[in-house]
Design a protein around this ligand. Structure first.
Ligand code: ATP
Length: 360
């Protein structure tokens, strides 16, 4: 177990601008006073009591810390330090300053498949590493795939947000209804025992979107999306996939498989001819095929708009709750907007715990 320092983070780091926010708090830039090194601080508000609807359980933060510690890898956000006060835990992590991969790609005029593969390979190597440690991320989606420095020739991928991650213990089953509707696997929707293969389904969805700008199972509502996932209702519409290679489609088809044991593993993905071509012909096909940039830009713009819409929606709901509850003690936490999204975000017909940055 990581050493949780019972000190104030402010005594060692200067707290700077807000870099992002999530379910249970903010992520802010930190400057280490002793060295001037820049880090990111994930400030997680803790639940005051087991029955409190605000904040995160201490056990979940401990699990996130333990998992991050077990995953030293170039493409996984590194953990540097942990501070523990009664009300809040601060994870001091590697600063990732290049923004989200999808935003970086959306700024480009065009992108060939082989360039997109350069990024996918890095994501897959991070995922293969975590799976080799029997750890599943369970929330792989564009918002959690960032770049360390976008000015580099081939920017480096960093996978973030291990808040839903789990380490599998032999002989123990794990089920969960958490995740973001568009990206979750059928076994999550059906509340069946999960394996690391659920991440591979999400990789299939991410690749599908990256190539076409379309989300394979997206319905008009979360309920419809979940139904489409369980019914395996997706296709490669010519309209969106006209410039896509057959190898790319084969790659996706081998991930979007209902039976978890039949899905490609991350290691197998890295050996698939689309990722690692065996012949000149295969290599040439990747550099001739392009991603559907026009549609991808549209997808990304919609995604960003929905992320900010969700944020405003959560704030409004919290303000209303605040008026209803009138619990003076918890007022301060309610004002911070991002906490406790889980209870209020559950829509009547959906049991899936939506994540704040859901864009379905
Ligand atoms: P969610 O509610 O989506 O699960 P969370 O509370 O688990 O979020 P993160 O997803 O880890 O929090 O972080 C929230 C946001 O903060 C990210 O979307 C990203 O924009 C930013 N962020 C997270 N980690 C870093 C980092 N190491 N460097 C820079 N920005 C970061």
């Amino acid at each position: 177990m990581a050493h949780f320092r019972l000190q104030n983070v402010e005594d060692f780091y200067e707290i700077g601008e807000v870099l992002g926010s999530g379910h249970f708090g903010q992520v802010r830039e930190l400057t280490e006073q002793s060295s001037g090194t820049l880090w990111a601080g994930k400030f997680l508000k803790l639940q005051r009591s087991a029955s409190s609807r605000l904040g995160v359980e201490r056990r979940s933060v401990e699990r996130e810390v333990e998992i991050l510690q077990a995953l030293p890898h170039a493409h996984i956000m590194a953990l540097h330090d942990v501070f523990d006060s009664r009300a809040e835990i601060v994870l001091v992590v590697e600063l990732i300053s290049g923004g989200e991969l999808f935003d970086f790609i959306a700024e480009k005029e065009n992108l060939m498949e082989n360039e997109a593969i350069g990024f996918l390979k890095q994501i897959l190597s991070g995922v293969a590493f975590m799976h080799s440690k029997q750890i599943a991320h369970f929330d792989l989606k564009p918002e959690n795939i960032m770049l360390s420095d976008k000015s580099a020739e081939l920017p480096e991928i960093k996978i973030i947000d291990f808040g839903l991650a789990q380490r599998f213990t032999p002989g123990e089953e794990y089920r969960s209804l958490c995740g973001t509707p568009q990206y979750i696997a059928p076994e999550v929707v059906n509340y069946e025992p999960l394996t690391v293969a659920s991440d591979m389904w999400s990789m299939g969805v991410i690749t599908y979107i990256l190539l076409s700008g379309m989300s394979p199972f997206q319905g008009d509502s979360d309920e419809e999306t979940l139904r489409n996932i369980v019914d395996m209702k997706y296709e490669f519409e010519d309209q969106y996939f006209s410039a896509t290679s057959d190898m790319a489609k084969d790659f996706i088809q081998k991930l979007l498989i209902k039976d978890q044991s039949e899905r490609m593993t991350a290691e197998e993905c890295l050996m698939h001819p689309w990722i690692k071509p065996l012949t000149h012909r295969q290599a040439a096909s990747r550099s001739r095929s392009s991603i559907n940039m026009k549609n991808f830009k549209k997808f990304n713009a919609r995604r960003k708009w929905r992320m900010s819409y969700n944020m405003v929606w959560v704030c409004n709901r919290l303000c209303r709750l605040q008026l209803l509850c009138k619990q003076a003690q918890e007022d301060e936490e309610l004002r911070s907007c991002e906490s406790d999204q889980e209870d209020i975000a559950i829509k009547p017909a959906s049991l899936i715990r939506r994540r704040l940055s859901s864009n379905s």
